[in-house]
Ligand binder design. Sequence first.
Ligand code: OAD
Length: 251
Amino acid sequence: MEDLIKKVAREIVDAERIVALTGAGISVESGIAPFRGKGGLWEKYDPEEYAHIVTFRKNPERSWIMLKEMLDVILAAKPNPAHKSLARLEEIGKLRCIITQNVDSLHQEAGSKDVIEFHGNNRWLVCMECRKKYRADKPVEEIPPRCECGGVLKPDAVFFGEPIPVDALYRSQEESEKCDVMLVIGTSGVVQPAASMPSIAKRSGARIVEINPEPTMITPIADYFLQGSAAKILPRIVEEVETLLGEKHGS
Ligand code: OAD
C-alpha cells in the first residue's frame, strides 16, 4: 500500500488537471450509511418505492419516512479526513474540481470550493407546486413538509426517474474528458450516467485511481486500485503530495 500511495502521489504531482468523482463511501466515516451492500439504505428501503419521482408524487408521506431519516443523519454529520484531504488538494492547486453523487454537502463543509453536485443536494427543499425553495437546515417535524402555498416539499436532490441537472452533466463530461488523472472514491459505479465519467476520462487518456474497500464496476479500468477506507488512504496521499511538492519547490 505505501508503495502504491507513493506512485499515486507522484502521478498527482506530475499531472496538470486532476478531478475527483466521489460517492457515498467517502461519507461512511462521517456516519452516513451508503446505499448498497450490508447496512445500506436500499437494504431497508426499496428505492423504486421510496426514491422514485412517480411514487413520491403518488405517496409523499411514505417517501418522507425514508427522507426524514436520511436528512436527520446528514444534518448531524461532519466532514471526515477524506473530505478534508480533497479540500486541501484543491487548496494546494492539485485538484480542479469534485464531481460528487452525494447530496450531503460535506465536501463544501470541508472547504472544497468547486463541487459539481451530480445528483443535486439535500440543503434545499423545493415546492412541487410553486417551486419556492426552503433551506433544510433543521429537522423536518411534520411529514410531508409543506410550502406556504400548501404544495408538498421535496429535497432538491435527483430522484430515480428524474433527469440529471443539465449544467452538472455537461460540466462533468467536459471535466472528465479534459483531466489527466481521475480519483474515483467510494462509489460502486453502478448508477448511470455518473458511473460513465471514469470511462470518459480513461478514453481521453487519463489515469484512473480508485479508492474503495471493495472492487467495483470501475476497478477493471483503474490504473491504481487502493483497497481500503478513503478516510485513511486520502490523508496519506495528500501528505505525500505535499512532501513531493516541497522537494520540487525546494530544488
Ligand atoms: P453505493 O452505496 O452504491 O456505493 C458505496 C461504495 O462505497 C461501495 O463501493 C463501498 O465499497 C464503498 N465504501 C464503503 N465504505 C467506504 C470507505 N470507508 N471508503 C471508501 N469507500 C467506501 O453509493 P454510490 O456509488 O454513491 O443516487 O451510489 C450512487 C447513487 O446510487 C447515489 O448517488 C444514489 C444511489 O441510488 C440517487 O439517489 C439518484
